[in-house]
Design a protein around this ligand. Structure first.
Ligand code: G6P
Ligand code: MG
Length: 214
């Protein structure tokens, strides 16, 4: 018996680690706006859209910027981030990703990506993982980013599954909140602080086999 008919994966921090690239690219933005930036602030950017991430950094800035200046900063950050992403290879996939997804698929479970990133397709291509999914819902297709459930609800719709049949895999608090708001169970990978307990805590992607196949 399958416990879930579909699994929706967050991308950054779940299927691969792009954190260090985001961190590097935002560090320069923070310097430009004279705002502090460290791992703790970086944590708050996980799962949150590019413009909202910029607003979080600007909380620590003494400058008052116009909309046009904010847009320029976000575009420059993305250009730096995209340049760094050129270094991404299939070796940056989370250990066990390929085997685990293949096992889920072989059991008849549908697979999707639900990411706030507008670079998701590019990242999946660099990882060699673009063909592994039945649906990819990303930051280019939504108007509200996590913790709003839109990206996961849309992914479920693309798969043709009701939210109650879907398991979300996340690394970020915003993603856990989005899954809960969408009526989906959530497995959290990694050790980030969560606002409430998810249905599952996992250390590795391999642990999903037992959870999803029940
Ligand atoms: C993911 C990351 C966030 C990032 C967001 C937007 O959710 O976890 O840290 O801000 O995507 O990414 P983008 O690639 O569109 O700038
Ligand atoms: Mg994430």
């Amino acid at each position: 018996m399958m416990r879930y008919r579909a699994v929706i994966f967050d991308l950054d921090g779940v299927l691969c680690s792009t954190d260090r690239f985001h961190f590097e690219a935002w560090k320069q933005t923070a310097r430009e706006v004279k705002a502090p930036f460290d791992e703790k602030i970086n944590q708050r950017l996980r799962g949150v859209s590019r413009m909202e991430s910029l607003e979080i950094i600007l909380e620590g800035s003494p400058l008052a910027l116009s909309g046009a200046e904010k847009l320029r900063l976000a575009e420059e950050k993305n250009a730096r981030y995209r340049a760094l992403l050129q270094n991404l290879t299939p070796a940056d996939l989370t250990p066990g990703a390929e085997e685990t997804l293949a096992a889920l698929r072989a059991a008849g479970i549908k697979l999707a990506v639900g990411s706030s990133s507008k670079n998701a397709v590019f990242i999946l291509e660099r990882l060699g993982a673009a063909s592994w999914f039945d649906a990819v819902c990303d930051g280019t297709m939504i108007s509200h980013s996590k913790p709003h459930p839109e990206v996961f609800l849309k992914a479920a719709e693309m798969l043709g599954e009701p939210p109650g049949s879907c398991l979300v895999v996340e690394d970020a608090a915003a993603g856990l909140e989005a899954a809960r708001a969408g009526g989906m169970d959530c497995a959290i990978i990694g050790g980030a602080d969560m606002p409430f307990a998810p249905e599952y805590h996992i250390d590795t992607l391999e642990a999903l086999r037992a959870i999803a196949l029940g």
